[in-house]
Design a protein around this ligand. Structure first.
Ligand SMILES: [Fe+2]
Ligand SMILES: [Fe+2]
Length: 192
């Protein structure tokens, strides 16, 4: 999926909220201005999806784009665009604690084993949205639910399964971004 620069794409989506819903713009910018976000890997192993520098921002841009596209198709169902955007933007923010770059190679951290990015993304979201009272009041719990359920089931690491429409859209679109990237990076497929 090609957006040009993935960070610029995400910034442009956030700016679309500036005139109509400034608290969404302000909350989004907390992550968008975190310097780690534009640098971090999306995984700790080369065969896992979105491995490597800037993998996280690329995966996030793909997931946001897919979520908003699907949300648009179901517009009449009353799906919340702010919830979809904020949930897809923050869903993997905790990965900035799960991986580290050592001598040019990305690897897993102790945090990944002890806390894991799903919980950390919820904490990161909590810390960010608390600084924007309007967003906290309107979106805190709906977005937290989407973040915590984005791995679909307890067996796949989520403490709760998706219950809302936005949460289902996020987990499915997250999977599309990840699996399409798997197809692109899978050596077995490449060698066929
Ligand atoms: Fe995730
Ligand atoms: Fe993800």
């Amino acid at each position: 999926m090609n957006f040009g620069d993935p960070l610029k794409y995400l910034e442009s989506v956030a700016e679309d909220f500036f005139a109509t819903n400034i608290c969404v713009y302000e909350t989004a910018n907390i992550l968008l201005k975190d310097e780690r976000f534009n640098f971090w890997s999306g995984s700790s192993l080369p065969h896992q999806h979105h491995y490597g520098t800037r993998g996280l921002v690329q995966h996030t841009a793909e997931t946001v784009n897919l979520c908003l596209s699907i949300g648009m198709k179901y517009e009449w169902e009353g799906i919340s665009y702010p919830v979809l955007f904020l949930a897809s933007l923050f869903h993997d923010s905790g990965k900035m604690y799960d991986y580290e770059c050592v001598n040019g190679f990305w690897q897993g951290t102790e945090h990944k084993r002890m806390i894991h990015h799903i919980s950390r993304s919820g904490i990161y979201w909590n810390d960010a949205v608390k600084t924007v009272p309007d967003a906290y009041e309107m979106y805190f719990e709906q977005v937290l639910h989407c973040i915590l359920s984005h791995h679909t089931s307890r067996i796949q690491g989520s403490p709760v399964a998706p219950k809302s429409r936005e949460a289902w859209i996020l987990t499915l679109c997250d999977n599309i971004s990840a699996r399409i990237n798997d197809a692109d990076t899978n050596d077995l497929l490449k060698n066929k």
